[in-house]
Design a protein around this ligand. Structure first.
Ligand SMILES: Cc1cc2nc3c(=O)[nH]c(=O)nc-3n(C[C@H](O)[C@H](O)[C@H](O)COP(=O)(O)O)c2cc1C
Length: 207
């Protein structure tokens, strides 16, 4: 069984150690806007929930030269919309991770319709089943090359009618958001095997 200290690995292999093992990863499909009004769209799978009160999600944006537009826009105005990726949007989500110039809107190039947001300036994707309008809470810089761990507070949420439960919350089994496996492989909801488990039976003395 291969076992090693991460320091023995190249930077590339350290990255693959994480992304091939931590699977499936949810994907934050993020719109931001710059001062000229250009709407940027990009996917990020170092993404998760952090805290419920206030509701905060985390996205880790790895530094490069020039820096990623999403990070540039977040640092400039602190606003973003985080979407989960509907199953039918795998191809356009993947394409939006390509290299586009700062002045180019990936949403426009890919023909994705936008709707105005309620609390933030960046618009949201009309096609998304769940959209979280977010304000930047804090950026924590980690490692070298720097990963900017962006903590984003959800200030308004949109849930599509067809995936909403009676109380308006998202039903993950109806939503079936796309997740990432390794580098260019994805998990889509049509291939899921769902297993519901009973509540845990806790011995009375531990209750
Ligand atoms: C599914 C997917 C997940 C990605 N996850 C991340 C991530 O978590 N962090 C990151 O820095 N880049 C990630 N990338 C790469 C960025 O999407 C890519 O660098 C993109 O060009 C950044 O766009 P921007 O310059 O418009 O912000 C991912 C790409 C794909 C396709």
């Amino acid at each position: 069984m291969p076992s090693f200290a991460p320091a023995q690995l190249s930077h590339k292999d350290r990255y693959h150690l994480l992304i091939n093992a931590i699977v499936p990863r949810p994907i934050a499909w993020i719109t931001t806007r710059d001062a000229a009004g250009t709407v940027n769209l990009a996917p990020f799978s170092f993404f998760n929930g952090v805290c419920a009160q206030p509701p905060i999600v985390s996205v880790s944006i790895i530094d490069r030269v020039p820096p990623k537009d999403t990070l540039v826009n977040l640092r400039a105005n602190g606003e973003a919309v985080v979407h989960l990726v509907p199953m039918g949007e795998l191809e356009r989500m993947h394409a939006s991770g390509g290299e586009y110039a700062h002045a180019v809107s990936e949403a426009e190039v890919l023909g994705l319709a936008l709707l105005p947001s309620v609390r933030v300036a960046p618009p949201r994707l009309a096609i998304a089943d769940v959209a979280f309008e977010c304000r930047l809470h804090r950026i924590v810089e980690v490692g070298q090359p720097v990963a900017s761990l962006c903590l984003l507070e959800v200030v308004h949420a949109h849930v599509a009618e067809w995936i909403a439960t009676e109380d308006g919350l998202p039903d993950p089994l109806r939503m079936r958001a796309v997740a990432r496996l390794g580098a260019r492989n994805y998990l889509t909801g049509d291939g899921w095997k769902i297993r519901a488990m009973p509540a845990q039976d806790v011995p009375p003395k531990l209750r």
